[in-house]
Design a protein around this ligand. Sequence first.
Ligand SMILES: *Cc1c(COP(=O)(O)O)cnc(C)c1O
Length: 411
Amino acid sequence: MSAVRPTHWPMSQFPVIDDCLHIGGMPLMQLAARVGQTPFYAYDRRLLDERVALLRNRLPSAIQLHYAVKANPMSAVTQHLANLVDGLDVASLGELSVALDTGMAPAEISFAGPGKRPPELTAAIAAGITINLESAGELETVARLGHGLGRQPRVAVRVNPDFELKASGMKMSGGPKPFGVDAEQVPVLLRRIGQLDLDFRGFHIFSGSQNLRAEALIDAHDRTFELALRLAVDAPAPVRMLNIGGGFGIPYFPGDTPLELEPVAANLDHWLPTVKEQLPEAHVVLELGRYLVGEAGIYVVEVVDRKVSRGHTFLVTNGGLHHHLAASGNFGQVVRKNYPVVVGNRVMGNEREIVSVVGPLCTPLDILADRMELAKADVGDLIVVFQSGAYGLTASPARFLSHPACVEVLV
Ligand SMILES: *Cc1c(COP(=O)(O)O)cnc(C)c1O
């Protein structure tokens, strides 16, 4: 019996007309001409609209949606999403400035992340956004800076839960962590908040990222609500915000299948009456990054050279891991897996071949596709990496080897 090789989930979000990928209603070659250079990232606003609409449609209407800006902080993308979601979550002063520029109400912006420095905290207090406290030390600093500014800081407690999100791409909780205050230390911290001049908003409990399994998210949500209800007993003021994190994944690799939203939504629906009864002033917030933007973006590079080395064909392109670290395999993952990739201007092609798509960097890790079947491509053809709207350009070592900068467009 021959094992069936897993394939990529079909990338049907961008139309293919006359064998050419279209984005923003334009054939890819035309878009490249209008951008003025390769490589580039392109994000599709129609897909952003559709993704938010899908979530609004499936999730209970009482759930508020926040965008985690670090997934893609391009200002046009953040602005577009700010008009569609209920709030923005930032992780630095730079992201805070992008978020405030959108006109989003400061009360709907929150700031999480360990190691926030005094200028960042001061800016957050002056802006009137919510600071998700990551430690007892940060709490004291925030209270002191608020006093100095004559403004009462808005704060929430980021909790490091006593459980983990199972089967998550990246575990962010459980065990010792730099993120959040250990659940068992939260009651003491809440009492301290009550002694200081602070506007307590609620809790932020984020347990992981890139999860494709509904059961794992349901399990995390169950434990998150149980933990929040337990911690709320010691809260110095009514809980007005309960941020249950995100973690919704998207299919990247062969064998990955999309997350099923229905069971996750049904479980949230099941919890909401209990939350309403026990925390009547609380808004439940889901903060999503990757799930909102990841599938709406492509990375586009141009073939600069074709070469055959000992029987293996390489398409050498002008882009690579310096723009798209994740697609290259994050500086060497244990088993490197390919993102979905096509030749954008000849998707099926007349001839097909097995090739590797590489970048110009002098490291064997600079790979965008390893031994993939693609349409036979020539110098000047455009290679497209799908699922590139999140954690792309700003999550890559852009300065590595000092090649020209990549550009981004929202179409
Ligand atoms: C990164 C991050 C997110 C977004 O995670 P995604 O997997 O992109 O949805 C949400 N909340 C916090 C606190 C984060 O650090």
